[in-house]
Design a protein around this ligand. Structure first.
Ligand code: 4NP
Length: 153
C-alpha cells in the first residue's frame, strides 16, 4: 500500500498524518510507503511547523525529519490512495486528476471515522495550542482507523 497525505502547506496537518501513519506502519511491521505533500508552494523544503512537531513529540511521534513538498500530478502514479484534510485540498488535488481511476484514489482522511461525510480536519495554523491538540487527537483516531480498515481488507 502506498499512501499520500495532503493538506495546504504540508507543515501542519499532513505531516502529522504522515508521521503518525509511518509510526504505526513500523510498529506493525508493514511495508507500506507513506508520504505527504501540500497543494501550495509556500513552504517547500521547510520542516513541519514547530508547534506541530512539539505536539506530536508529546505523544512520542517524531516529525522532525519531514520536509514540505508540493503535490504534483506524478503523485497519482506513485500512490494508491491520496488523503486530503479539507474540501479545498480535495478540489485542488482533483484538478490534477486526468482519469476516473485517478479521481477514485482521492479520499477525505476523516471518512475513516465518518464515512462519506467529507468532514474536514481544521487548519490549526492561525489558531492556538488547543487547536494543535485537537487536530492531533482527531488525526490520530483517523489514522488508527485507516490502518484497521486497510490492513483487514
Ligand atoms: P497545513 O496548515 O495546510 O495544515 O500545513 C497551513 C500551513 C501554512 C499555511 C496555511 C495552512 N499558510 O498559509 O502559510
Amino acid at each position: 500500500m502506498r499512501i499520500l497525505m495532503v493538506c495546504l502547506g504540508n507543515i501542519c496537518r499532513s505531516p502529522l498524518a504522515d508521521g503518525l501513519l509511518r509510526h504505526l506502519v513500523q510498529k506493525n511491521g508493514l511495508e507500506w510507503v507513506v508520504d505527504s505533500a501540500g497543494t501550495a508552494n509556500y513552504h517547500i523544503g521547510s520542516p513541519p511547523d514547530e508547534r506541530m512537531i512539539a505536539t506530536a513529540k508529546k505523544h512520542g511521534v517524531s516529525l522532525s525529519s519531514l520536509k514540505a513538498r508540493q503535490f504534483t500530478s506524478a503523485d497519482f502514479t506513485q500512490f494508491d490512495r491520496i488523503y486530503v484534510m479539507d474540501r479545498s485540498n480535495y478540489k485542488n488535488v482533483l484538478n490534477h486528476a486526468k482519469t476516473a481511476a485517478e479521481r477514485d484514489k482521492v479520499h477525505f482522511l476523516l471518512d475513516h471515522l465518518y464515512p462519506n461525510l467529507q468532514k474536514e480536519v481544521p487548519d490549526p495554523y492561525y489558531g492556538s495550542q488547543e487547536g494543535f491538540d485537537e487536530v492531533f487527537h482527531l488525526v490520530e483516531k483517523a489514522v488508527n482507523q485507516l490502518l484497521k480498515d486497510l490492513s483487514h481488507g
